[in-house]
Design a protein around this ligand. Structure first.
Ligand SMILES: O=C(O)CCC(=O)C(=O)O
Ligand SMILES: [Fe+2]
Length: 345
């Protein structure tokens, strides 16, 4: 990647909804420093990192706040081992509640100029160091979260996130392509990558920052973004990415469920909570629910087979991982390719 530029800070316009709307329409993102009191993030970090230590991903005896990973266990989304640990973190009530913090709700409402609500599905990322092939690749969120182009993603580190820890980067104005671009197979999280350089109208200049606790980056569903690789020796990157929708807008059915990699249902999660106010809260809203569009993933599933046959190592790795983690869902065609290649699962 070429040089990284600094994100523009929009704290100056925090109380001017029209200016926020103008900026997000024009730039395709809004970034705020210390939108939330950092102490709220530090408290959430303690709770989540303590659980991450309990599941065995941090070096025993270290301060969980430091997030010092045991790099013998580098897991990522798509690995059953990741799901086992993520599930414990995903049950934490305060993690879900953080997406409902008024600081986030107020600012999203201002930038879209209408009543909004958080998607039921909340997302945390627990990213291991030096596992960079699995970094979230360049993409538009619509391929994953769907529903409406008007959804707003909020990405926020839970603690500080300097560039080497692998925070989020965006291409300003990339949302102006005004459509979902072709995505291809990728080994990275989410499994789909866009090649922005295939599109002349996109000027691929990436913007990011050394994030600090309390900072938050917002962008609509068509803005191209990626996570940067976690190049630290031994630190986990812990972050939130939650999505907000206009009340009454369309929502894809899977966004009413817990995040897939947790492999949980709400019935698994809710018994761990002390309060009831956020349980099934979305049932009070009249949103239009549509089926998940599987075409993006289906296209990548065809590509991965072709690439694996041609010897592409990431494709072979992805097929092997799928076969190892959920053998029951693997198609005969995938088994045939793995056999052809002599890959043992
Ligand atoms: O944090 C990550 O690795 C991915 C985040 C992302 O793609 C998002 O916030 O939409
Ligand atoms: Fe994303």
């Amino acid at each position: 990647m070429s040089e990284l530029k600094e994100l523009r800070v929009s704290n100056d316009a925090m109380n001017e909804p029209e200016e926020l709307q103008r900026r997000i329409d024009d730039e395709g993102y809004l970034f705020f420093k210390r939108l939330v009191d950092p102490d709220k993030l530090w408290a959430l970090r303690r709770e989540m990192m303590s659980m991450i230590q309990q599941v065995g991903w941090l070096i025993p005896g270290t301060d969980p706040m430091d997030g010092i990973a045991d790099i013998n266990m580098r897991y990522t989304e798509g690995d059953n081992e990741y799901s086992a640990g993520y599930a414990e973190v995903y049950k934490i009530e305060n993690f879900h509640r953080s997406a409902h913090w008024l600081e986030y709700l107020d600012i999203v409402e201002k930038m879209v100029g209408a009543p909004i609500m958080p998607h039921p599905q909340k997302v945390a990322r627990i990213w291991f160091p030096k596992y960079t092939e699995h970094t979230t690749p360049k993409h538009q969120d619509f391929v994953h979260f769907q529903g409406s182009y008007d959804n707003i993603t909020c990405w926020a580190p839970i603690g500080d996130c300097p560039i080497e820890l692998g925070g989020l980067a965006v291409i300003p104005q990339s949302h102006k392509v005004n459509r979902v671009l072709d995505h291809h197979f990728s080994l990275g999280a989410g499994g789909l990558i866009v090649h922005e350089d295939e599109h002349e109208e996109i000027n691929p200049v990436w913007h990011t920052t050394n994030y600090e606790a309390g900072d938050a980056l917002f962008f609509p569903a068509l803005t191209i973004h990626q996570a940067l690789p976690n190049y630290t020796e031994d630190k986990l990157r812990l972050s939130l990415d939650n999505r907000y929708m206009l009340v009454g807008d369309t929502v894809a059915e899977h966004m009413l469920n817990p995040h897939d990699p947790s492999q949980l249902t709400w019935e698994d999660i809710y018994p761990h909570w002390r309060h009831d106010d956020l349980k099934y809260y979305w049932k009070d809203y009249d949103n239009r629910v549509v089926e998940r569009d599987l075409s993006f993933g289906d296209k990548a599933r065809v590509e991965v087979l072709e690439l694996a046959r041609a010897g592409d190592e990431h494709a072979i790795y992805a097929l092997k991982r799928g076969a190892k983690n959920s053998p029951d869902t693997v198609t005969p065609e995938v088994w045939a390719v793995l056999d052809e290649l002599g890959v043992k699962v």
